[in-house]
Write a protein of this length. Structure first.
Length: 91
């Protein structure tokens, strides 16, 4: 990331120009990225079930299901890594 790109990122976060980015950044600062990833996995599980019956085009359904699958896979990996860290720190 260039210095200019980094400055634009922080400007968008701090100014609220990109509300989603600002909110996500604040959540990551408060809870940590691993917790956010694991929570997104929970949301992805529910959303993928909802997408199966939602009135979506095949392309929309595929996009949502694919995104959910990737987020859930990352969440599963994060759960496993956090469990491993917990065991190795306590064992």
């Amino acid at each position: 990331m260039t210095t200019e790109e980094r400055a634009k990122f922080w400007e968008a976060v701090e100014s609220g120009e990109n509300p989603l980015l600002s909110v996500l950044h604040n959540l990551v600062e408060k809870w940590g990225l691993p917790a956010i990833i694991m929570a997104l996995g929970d949301i992805g599980n529910v959303l993928s079930e909802d997408a199966e019956t939602a009135p979506l085009s095949p392309n929309q359904r595929g996009l949502i299901m694919g995104a959910c699958a990737q987020v859930c896979a990352l969440s599963d990996q994060m759960h496993a890594e956090m469990e491993h860290l917990s065991i190795s720190e306590n064992g």
